[in-house]
Design a protein around this ligand. Structure first.
Ligand SMILES: Cc1cc2nc3c(=O)[nH]c(=O)nc-3n(C[C@H](O)[C@H](O)[C@H](O)COP(=O)(O)O)c2cc1C
Length: 345
């Protein structure tokens, strides 16, 4: 689960927590930018397990870890903890980047202090299953290890317990094993720059105009920005490579149609080649005959005010001659390369 480029965390799930707990923890980790490899209790064949128990063998775990494309954080619960500790006890830093133990059930004599010294480690215990063999106290004395007890005060509901677990875990991961944030530098990969710009959530518009033969033209654009109230100015940026850029550069009038959530099909249509953009989309002639998409969230009918060169785009500035809007619809949104909808009412 999660994006293959995100740092990985291997979960050795244990039935001491419910299947819902593990599923929801995975969702929280993926949201926090981690890639989760789930190994459910009882999933591997019994041949891979320690004889007579349900716990994994050290060899199995070392094999799993060494086959992953990146070194993960290893999270083990209950009696999987012993195998996890022993799997990373030799060359641990070559196999894993960190170790998280949830209410570990291990023998008190287990020599974990030296292991915890070589890897960032977190031990989470619950008030109910608190530190069965005092492992949390061992962690206290080790500089790289942290121990947290959850639910020491009031008893927690399942949801509160999950929230507390994920908060502690994600805080540990962010502090001790931070994700590397992608970086664009002038002259480097333009894709990274596009991804960075895609973090700015926008609405979606369709720009419309008529070409010199009077035919309607239009394209999907999210580079729309208000510029000035007095005079009333707005702008949009159009790629010089787009088929309609020259029409917008020379047309005396154009319209910006702000799309509502139901107009996603129109947005897709006006962003693809070889589509009958106006044939399949209801529209009507507006001021000066400029095509206006019927029932849009808002329309701004403009006289061309200015056109600036902006690298591989033109910056088309318009003076608003008429604006109309529909107050009862939700906008179509665009964020990180995907269409989105509002969460809030
Ligand atoms: C959500 C979204 C936003 C877009 N925003 C812009 C934009 O601001 N400027 C632009 O030139 N192209 C933008 N595009 C791409 C154009 O819609 C697309 O290249 C279209 O095919 C151009 O049409 P044309 O070549 O017929 O002019 C966007 C596409 C999508 C899906």
């Amino acid at each position: 689960m999660g994006h293959p480029d995100d740092p990985a965390i291997v979960l050795l799930e244990h039935p001491q927590q419910s299947p819902d707990f593990w599923r929801d923890l995975c969702v929280a980790l993926v949201k926090a930018g981690r890639q989760v490899v789930r190994i459910a209790h009882g999933e591997a064949s019994s041949a891979l397990k320690r004889r007579g128990t349900d716990a994994y063998t050290t060899e199995t775990l070392r094999a799993i870890l060494s086959q992953l494309p990146m070194r993960p954080v290893l999270l083990a619960a209950g009696d999987h903890a012993a195998a996890a500790i022993s799997a990373v006890s030799q060359d641990g830093a070559l196999l894993a980047t960190g170790l998280v133990l949830i209410t570990p059930d291990i023998h008190p004599a287990t020599e974990i202090a030296t292991i915890l010294e070589s890897l960032p480690a977190l031990i989470i215990t619950t008030a109910q299953g608190a530190s069965p063999h005092g492992i949390a106290h061992v962690a206290m004395g080790v500089p790289h290890a942290e121990a947290v007890e959850i639910g020491a005060g009031e008893p927690l509901t399942a949801a509160e317990c999950l929230d507390a677990f994920s908060a502690v875990l994600i805080d540990f991961l962010e502090r001790r094993l931070p994700r590397s944030t992608p970086e664009y530098r002038l002259g480097s990969d333009a894709r990274t720059l596009r991804d960075a710009l895609g973090c700015f959530a926008t609405g979606v518009t369709i720009l419309t105009a008529r070409d010199s033969a009077g035919q309607p033209v239009g394209l999907t654009a999210n580079s729309f920005t208000s510029v000035s109230l007095d005079p009333p100015l707005l702008l949009a940026c159009i790629a010089r490579s787009s088929a309609s850029s020259e029409v917008f550069r020379s047309s005396a009038h154009f319209a910006v149609n702000v799309l509502h959530i139901g107009q996603q099909p129109a947005s897709i249509r006006f962003s693809r080649r070889d589509e009958d953009r106006f044939g399949a989309t209801p529209w009507e002639p507006g001021l000066n005959g400029t095509p206006v998409l019927t029932g849009s969230l808002a329309t701004f009918e403009c006289a061309r005010h200015d056109v600036h060169e902006g690298g591989d785009h033109i910056i088309l500035m318009g003076q608003v001659e008429r604006a109309r809007f529909e107050p009862r619809r939700d906008p179509l949104l665009y964020f990180r390369g995907k269409y989105r909808r509002l969460h809030f009412s």
